[in-house]
Design a protein around this ligand. Structure first.
Ligand code: FAD
Length: 336
């Protein structure tokens, strides 16, 4: 690995503002908010990076959500995301403009792009971060992510190389409240790119039919674990989820048993959720499950075992059999 330049030359926090077919992805706003928080600690600016074709119009939303500058990189060859195209233009911008930090979403695109950029500019990358902070004195990015199968959280630092690069799990950072009419500086970059640089041609985009539920977007989640004992256990939870306008979640134990589809799974190898209310029924509270729901606003746990670990993070703890408690709650809530 080469050590690129003097660390002091590197300045500002960049975030890759992921867009697909001209639509800004939610992760872009989450990262702009997080980038702003980090940039304020460093006394620098947060700059969003928009790469594509006819996408300059997305800048206004990025400003409203906290970006100070937006680099707009447009070219016909960048119309669709390609690994080659994005890696080339972003790596060259890094070499020239030297950001101190670069954040990219841990989405399918981000997971493809980030390691290639890191390799091209000879820096390190911490993948799948769930928390970021700054050690002010050394301007070091503290990058926290689950390690050893989720049994501990590791904080990783990059002391030698710049930029400090992380991919960040979608759904774990809160976007800032938008400030209507807030603006900033748009900087147009003319990329040096030719057809020979882009080895993949996108001929057609065929959208996959959405499979399963989108629990990530639900305000209320009623989740069931191993105690469901079969698909019939989830039938007991459904009326409660319906009354509260929520979705059904599940632990991996329930998913692995084949009682419910994987799209419902919450946790380290499932989805990260942050609903207003999370009701955990017959779920013990293993660290891998908590990794996906611990940031919910209000956690209600129903468990027969008063010592269940889930009670340690619950705001409301109900010790008892979910088969009795859930129907009683439904009755209390009354008819729909
Ligand atoms: P259990 O741990 O068996 O808990 C069942 C609970 O139900 C117990 O607390 C019991 O007291 C209670 N109970 C029993 N009967 C009743 C009743 N009638 N009423 C009320 N309470 C009752 N797990 C996830 O959930 N999501 C993940 O993404 C995930 N990823 C993982 C990744 C790795 C690498 C590894 C190693 C594990 C992962 N796990 C994940 C598995 C995790 O470690 C636990 O095994 C799992 O979460 C346990 O599920 P559970 O709480 O439903 O079951």
């Amino acid at each position: 690995m080469k050590l690129i330049g003097n660390k002091d030359e590197f300045k500002n926090v960049w975030v890759y503002a992921e867009q697909r077919e001209g639509e800004l992805q939610k992760i872009a706003l989450e990262l702009v908010g997080e980038g702003k928080r980090l940039a304020e600690k460093l006394g620098v600016e947060v700059c969003a990076l928009l790469v594509g074709k006819n996408i300059a119009g997305l800048s206004s939303k990025l400003f409203e959500y906290g970006a100070d500058k937006v680099y707009v990189v447009e070219d016909d060859l960048l119309e669709h995301y390609t690994t080659d195209g994005n890696t080339k233009v972003i790596s060259e911008m890094i070499d020239e403009l030297k950001p101190e930090i670069l954040l990219i979403g841990a989405t399918n695109i981000g997971r493809d792009l980030a390691p290639r950029i890191a390799s091209r500019v000879s820096t390190g990358l911490t993948a799948d971060c769930t928390q970021l902070d700054i050690e002010a004195e050394t301007r070091t990015l503290l990058q926290t992510r689950p390690a050893f199968g989720g049994n501990l959280m590791a904080t990783i630092i990059n002391t030698e190389f710049r930029p400090q690069m992380s991919t960040v799990r979608p759904g774990v950072m809160d976007p800032l409240d938008p400030v209507e009419g807030r603006t900033g500086e748009v900087i147009r970059i003319t990329p040096k790119i030719s057809a020979a640089d882009v080895r993949v041609k996108v001929r057609e985009i065929v959208k996959a039919k959405k499979k399963g539920v989108l629990i990530e977007e639900a305000h209320v989640i009623v989740s069931g674990g191993r105690a469901m004992g079969g698909p019939e256990g989830f039938e007991i939870l459904k009326p409660l989820a319906e009354r509260l306008g929520g979705e059904i979640g599940a632990s991996r134990a329930a998913v692995d048993s084949g009682w419910i589809e994987k799209s419902h799974q919450v946790g380290q190898t499932g989805k990260t959720v942050k609903p207003v209310i999370y009701i955990a029924c017959g779920i013990s509270g293993a660290i891998q499950h908590l990794a996906g729901m611990k940031d919910s606003d209000v956690i209600i746990a129903i468990n027969k075992d008063p010592e269940a670990p889930i009670f340690k993070i619950a705001n409301y703890s109900i010790v008892g059999d979910y088969k009795e408690i859930v129907p009683a709650l439904v009755e209390l809530l009354g008819e729909k």
